[in-house]
Design a protein around this ligand. Structure first.
Ligand code: DX5
Ligand code: ZN
Length: 555
């Protein structure tokens, strides 16, 4: 089984957009804390939770308790994406008579607990977890608590009690975003240590300063600490928690309040405030503009691929691109599924297998079994029927479905019907076969042309730029529409992989800011540009963006 990486990502994106839509139409609500837990909910709803939206009260369902109930827009949005009610209902958030109130209420299908009065959700969850044991049921209880909420003494009473009664069917998530209603948690009531100044990024990064895990361990819990926006880390944590017997588990997820929107990220103002209508389209574009970096390991030392995998991990890559060449579809040979299987145990980072092989339909199952999370096959060696078979097999195994086209191939008409569910499209920008070639400039035009077809056919996947991508052209690939960036010689071929990946992020971010400024300007001229820039109050973002705006003539 794959990670369900792209499906989770796509659903999380939909849910985030609904949070924006609903809080904007309500004129109030809590987007910050809804966004910090978005990936956690995504992994739960679209991978782990057992539920049936048509029978919300099905007695064997897993229970999800949102103890930090103010993040209700996040829960409601995920429930809608999961099929409990139409997404259009989010527009009734906080309106009189709606089942979607400011805090979760049992009249909303899928809601297990009336959250809002902070501190009580873990006790309630323990109650239903113990009831499951007494009733001989095997449902699991997942509970999301906040770090501000952890100021409440009742959280710790529940913690003691859950350990005493060995509630191993209870898993808590601590949404550790370091911000509560009035300020930073580490100023109000430190869980780790007192914060001097206003910069939480250092504390976020420096594991030697974290004490929260020790507190929970001393209460007798199994503690798992992760980065809470990384799907593969959440996935691994949940499966570890589920297999831990005899004690309850807590997943301490370091998250970012307002994650995905630069002006909201780690900004205490966005705890409980709705975005203005004129900013909403810019926010939606920003949500559509998240990007990923994937090093291609064949550009490294082919005799020590294990080491290249480790470098991807230390470089903080988003996932790893694995170029499989069979000596037939392309003249070179690299490795096959056996090697991927060997490498699989080295990391939990998602594996993106790019199969440059003949007759992929005959071999694709081996690549699923080897542990790929995304598999891309070439259009040149597929037709509607074989790609249909591949598509269904991959979806069934929660593996992302990718299609690649060579520089001189157009997207075949048979592929159009798959576009709404296709997860990844690679528009090759070199003739496949080896790394280290020069980017074919016509690819920019080709992608622009393709975007029209993709929009017409409701493509909601990701365009991956692959071949000759460098620091110099990554920004323009982003503007074309690419959201995943494969780097062979420009990343793996470099010594300081962490530094170079960071530089890629900086370059691409610059292009992203440009298109957002452009959008603001189109919609509201320099007045809206200024308003949008002024929202960026944390760190040095405002100055950086203002500089780009001045260069582009928007001010
Ligand atoms: C080309 C491969 C690419 C390539 C990337 O056949 O699909 O992934 O190795 O390497 P660079 O970035 O060096 O072109
Ligand atoms: Zn590739």
């Amino acid at each position: 089984m794959g990670l369900n990486y792209y499906q989770i990502k796509k659903n999380v994106l939909r849910a985030r957009k609904l949070v924006i839509k609903s809080t904007n139409s309500a004129g109030s609500g809590h987007p910050g804390g809804s966004f910090s837990m978005a990936e956690i909910l995504g992994c739960l709803f679209f991978k782990y939770l057992r539920y049936d939206p048509k029978q919300p009260q099905w007695e064997n369902r897993d229970r999800l308790v949102l103890s930090k109930g103010h993040a209700a827009p996040g829960l409601f949005s995920s429930l809608a994406v999961a099929g409990y009610f139409p997404e259009s209902e989010l527009e009734t958030l906080r309106k009189f008579g709606s089942k979607l109130q400011g805090h979760p209420d049992l009249k909303c299908p899928g809601v297990e607990f009336c959250g809002g009065s902070l501190g009580t959700g873990l006790s309630y969850s323990l109650g239903i977890a113990l009831a499951a044991k007494m009733d001989g049921k095997n449902y699991h209880v997942y509970t999301i608590i906040g770090d501000g909420e952890s100021d409440e003494g009742q959280v710790w009473e529940a913690a003691m009690c859950a350990a005493k009664y060995k509630a191993d069917n209870l898993t808590a998530f601590l949404d550790r975003n370091f911000i509560q209603q009035d300020s930073y948690t580490e100023k109000i009531m430190p869980l780790d240590e007192k914060l001097e100044g206003n910069d939480i990024s250092e504390m976020w990064n420096d594991a030697s300063r974290w004490k929260t895990g020790d507190k929970w361990r001393s209460f007798g819990w199994n503690v798992i600490e992760i980065e809470g926006h990384k799907i593969e880390q959440i996935d691994a944590a949940i499966s570890k928690a589920n297999s831990t017997k005899g004690i309850p588990s807590i997943i301490i997820a370091r998250t970012i309040k307002g994650k995905s929107i630069e002006h909201m990220e780690s900004n205490p103002q966005w705890h409980g405030k709705a975005p203005d209508s004129d900013i909403v389209p810019i926010i939606n574009l920003e949500l559509n503009s998240q990007f990923m970096i994937a090093p291609s390991i064949i550009a490294g030392d082919m005799t020590h691929l294990e080491n290249e995998i480790k470098r991807c991990v230390t470089g903080r890559a988003d996932y790893i691109h694995l170029d499989v060449m069979d000596g037939k579809f392309v003249s070179n040979k690299t490795f096959d599924h056996n090697k991927i299987k060997e490498l699989r145990s080295l990391t939990i980072l998602p594996f993106d297998s790019h199969l440059m092989i003949d007759e992929p339909v005959k071999h694709v199952r081996e690549y699923v079994e080897a542990g790929s999370d995304i598999i891309t096959v070439h259009a040149e060696v597929c037709d509607e029927s074989s790609f249909g078979e591949i598509h269904d097999l991959l979806k069934h195994n929660q593996v992302g479905v990718g299609l690649a086209i060579n520089p001189d191939t157009e997207l075949p008409a048979w592929s159009y019907k798959f576009l709404p569910t296709l997860d990844q499209l690679i528009v090759m920008s070199v003739v496949p076969g080896k790394s280290g070639q020069k980017y074919i400039e016509e690819t920019h035009e080709k992608i622009k042309r393709l975007n029209v077809i993709l929009n017409e056919h409701q493509f909601s996947g990701y365009i991956e730029a692959d071949g000759g991508v460098t620091l110099e052209n990554a920004g323009s690939c982003f503007i074309d529409g690419a959201r995943c960036f494969v780097g062979g010689s420009a990343i793996i071929g470099q010594k300081d992989i962490r530094g170079i990946i960071n530089e890629f992020r900086v370059q691409i971010l610059k292009s992203r800011r440009k298109i957002l400024l452009d959008k603001a300007y189109q919609l509201g001229g320099s007045t809206l540009v200024k308003k949008w820039i002024d929202l960026h109050i944390i760190g040095e973002k405002k100055e950086q963006i203002r500089k780009i705006a001045a260069e582009e003539g928007y001010l």
